[in-house]
Design a protein around this ligand. Structure first.
Ligand code: NIG
Ligand code: FE
Length: 423
């Protein structure tokens, strides 16, 4: 019925639209001051899309006599778009709390990795784990993400490094995608490390000629829906040439390019990504000025991961220089056994304090720009009529409290709404 709607969120103290007028991403100027409706309401249709957002009085007048399945009185609360996490490694077995102790005692990330720990430790445990167990753990982690406001999350494989385990991980992500209310963008990350016992050349060969063709077959049959391809482009992992070969093979299959680059050493990853038309590059702690300029020109998003620099005590990514140059900056949690954080409010807080983003910039980076980095900014990332109704109702006097307060965000977030359903 045309006068019948799924949800009415009324009387919110603030509604942060993030975008106004259909922008698909924001660069520095647009991130300066996000549009906010003071005293606003929202109408969500039975299709799960936002029908209208605006001042309380205008919505009341326009929807007089309409009926709603659910009405939420948001008096005293604020509404913001659902948060989007562009970079996670959430499928794994075996934690690495012992390595946290080693790193606190002075070991570097690469020292642990080269001694057979790090990713290799997780690979051993993940290869042995059953699909069922991995799914149980992933589901629990996704639920935790939901509770801190993540409504769309990118999930990578990459702790298998062989055909069987990479496909097992992608199958786990696929099952979660179909069963969980959270939206998932799935990433094949078979080039997360060079598996032990293989040379980089052998690993590239295996990925390009064995794993990717199998992935293609499964995608064609509809067994898997995978959106992105990722490579860890790093000294001692995959060099620029290998990275190019793998990304190009993924691109030829229609996958979006979204990869790890310039994290521990300047690798010219940014220039490569720009050249290949990558949608996003993550990390970039060691990106050069030329790399920044190339990304600004190609509209390749920079996915900054404040937890990594924080926990490994790395130099901070140059977020302000990127913004000044016109780069599209997005944020991710990098949730993985090294950086055990799945909370985007915490990530925004760290981005503000350590990378010197403003709160408006951090929210744009965790919503509309994050959606752009996943190729979803036509449907996600802002509160605009026609987009998916993914939003948070937060019990605080101004929206900035979600970033200003660090910790305890689960208690502030009263409702997480995905496609118009309270989850
Ligand atoms: O993004 N840098 C490579 N990958 C992950 C870490 C994965 C791990 O240590 O297990 C990252 O930080
Ligand atoms: Fe990562």
């Amino acid at each position: 019925h045309e006068n019948d709607f799924r949800l009415f969120v009324k009387n919110a103290k603030q509604v942060v639209l993030v975008c106004n007028g259909g922008e698909r991403f924001l660069t520095k100027d647009g991130m300066q001051k996000l549009p906010v409706v003071e005293n606003g309401s929202l109408i969500i249709g039975n299709d799960g899309l936002l029908k209208a957002v605006g001042p309380v009085d205008a919505i009341d007048a326009r929807y007089k006599g309409a009926s709603f399945d659910t009405v939420i009185d948001a008096s005293g609360m604020v509404v913001i778009p659902g948060l989007i996490d562009v970079h996670t490694h959430p499928v794994w077995a075996g934690d690495r709390v012992h390595e946290f102790a080693m790193k606190l005692a002075g070991a570097t990330y690469m020292e642990v990795h080269q001694a057979g720990g790090g990713i290799h430790f997780t690979v051993e445990h993940t290869r042995r784990a059953s699909e069922e167990q991995l799914l149980v753990d992933l589901t629990r982690r996704l639920t935790r993400m939901l509770r801190t406001g993540t409504t769309l999350v990118e999930c990578k494989s990459g702790y298998g490094l062989d055909l069987e385990t990479e496909m097992k991980m992608l199958a786990v992500i696929e099952r979660a995608r179909l069963a969980s209310p959270i939206c998932i963008s799935s990433t094949y990350c078979g080039a997360h490390a060079v598996p032990r016992g293989k040379t980089p050349a052998e690993a590239v060969e295996d990925i390009v000629h064995i794993q990717l063709p199998r992935l293609q077959e499964k995608m064609t049959k509809g067994e898997l829906q995978v959106d992105n391809i990722d490579v860890f482009c790093e000294k001692g992992v995959f060099d620029l040439h290998s990275t190019r070969t793998i990304l190009q093979a993924g691109k030829d299959m229609g996958l979006q390019l979204n990869f790890h680059g310039d994290e521990l050493h300047p690798m010219n990853s940014a220039q490569l990504g720009a050249q290949l038309g990558a949608l996003a590059i993550s990390h970039l702690e060691e990106v050069t000025d030329e790399g920044i300029a190339a990304m600004a020109k190609s509209k390749t998003a920079a996915v900054l991961l404040p937890t990594t620099a924080y926990i490994l005590r790395l130099p901070q990514p140059r977020a302000r220089d990127m913004l000044d140059a016109g780069v599209i900056v997005a944020l991710g949690s990098d949730f993985n056994p090294n950086a055990y954080c799945c909370s985007m409010p915490m990530v925004m807080h760290l981005a503000c304090v350590n990378m010197r983003l403003s709160m408006d910039q951090a929210l744009a980076a965790a919503t509309i720009n994050a959606a752009y980095a996943l190729g979803r900014s036509h449907s996600h990332g802002s509160l605009e009529a026609g987009k998916e109704a993914n939003l948070l109702i937060v019990d605080c006097p101004r929206w900035e409290h979600l970033i200003y307060q660090f910790g305890g965000h689960q208690e502030l977030i009263k409702y997480v709404i995905i496609k118009g359903e309270v989850v």
